[in-house]
Design a protein around this ligand. Structure first.
Ligand code: SAM
Length: 283
């Protein structure tokens, strides 16, 4: 079994393939031996769980997940890593690596084809350049994962886990909290990676809800309202919503007034219930 957090081992494995790190693919591999076991533990996977991992890298988290889970299916877009993964995961027959772009697969079909478990979790150290699209894909794909435990850039973690209606709330906060409960688990310093990125990281856990926390008639329009409200952060919600939804400011101000909100209200003070009611009033 390889020690995948040992820098010499990693360098030997990678240089055998003539590998150089791709910044564009977000290739920063974990070398802190404490992080992957803790992520796998906090994800709550057990011997009955099927796990999806996005971005296997050299398999350092994959191996930790495989020790605990029934089966791990890992996406890895970079074909140069496949021969490395064949070596590092050779001792884990319950792993499968798919050389696919996670953003382009039919996730429900893939999960149905690869797992016989009902209990499916996601655990991954995400490629940061597509953090938001991946999280929204996981929440909107129609599969209810038990937990989604992911490492993201620290600022993204703070934004995603901020309370809706608080000053750090953004469109992603509101959208994620419609689908899931969020928890900020722990920080990971930039020195925990090879090569070290320019940012610090954090691990968060999402627990997808069994039912939405607010009643929404048209989800597409509800998300358009959220996106529009936060599109121009320096402006009041009236200006942002009017511009984003193609409405007059008077119309938007009237909807806000009907909800007891002042015309100079800002989107970061709105709760999910306010967004839902605004969507009903403005559609
Ligand atoms: N899991 C490893 C670790 O923790 O050390 C690697 C994590 S690294 C931050 C992200 C990985 O995602 C890279 O190996 C990269 O090649 C892969 N990746 C990037 N874009 C991807 C995509 N669209 N689909 C699947 N994998 C992708």
């Amino acid at each position: 079994m390889y020690d995948l957090t040992n820098i010499d081992t990693i360098k030997k494995l990678l240089s055998a393939q003539g590998f150089n790190f791709s910044k564009a693919l977000g290739q920063n591999f974990l070398i802190d031996p404490a992080v992957c076991p803790e992520m796998a533990r906090r994800s709550g996977v057990d011997a009955a769980t099927g796990v999806i991992e996005i971005g296997a890298g050299i398999g350092v988290l994959t191996a930790e997940l495989a020790k605990r889970a029934k089966k791990v299916v890992s996406f890895e877009l970079d074909a140069r890593l496949l021969p490395v993964l064949a070596k590092t995961l050779a001792d884990f027959p319950n792993t499968e690596v798919l050389n696919e772009d996670v953003m382009k697969v039919d996730l429900p079909a893939l999960i149905a084809g690869h797992f016989d478990a009902d209990d499916i979790c996601v655990c991954a150290n995400l490629p940061y350049y597509i953090t938001s699209p991946i999280i929204m894909l996981l929440l909107e794909c129609g599969v209810r994962f038990r937990t989604i435990t992911v490492m993201v850039q620290k600022e993204a973690a703070e934004r995603i886990c901020a309370p809706v209606g608080g000053k750090n709330c953004g469109a992603l906060t509101a959208a994620v909290s419609y689908y899931a409960e969020t928890e900020y688990l722990f920080d990971v310093d930039r020195s925990s990676f090879l090569p070290p990125p320019n940012v610090d990281s954090a691990v968060i856990r999402l627990r997808p809800r069994t039912a939405p926390p607010v009643a929404v008639t048209d989800e597409k329009y509800f998300f358009r309202v959220i996106k529009s409200a936060f599109a121009q952060r320096r402006k009041t919600a009236v200006n942002s919503l009017a511009a984003g939804l193609g409405k007059s400011k008077a119309e938007v101000a009237d909807a806000l007034a009907r909800l007891g909100l002042p015309a100079n209200a800002r989107a970061e003070t709105f709760t999910l219930a306010v967004f839902a009611q605004l969507a009903e009033l403005l559609q």
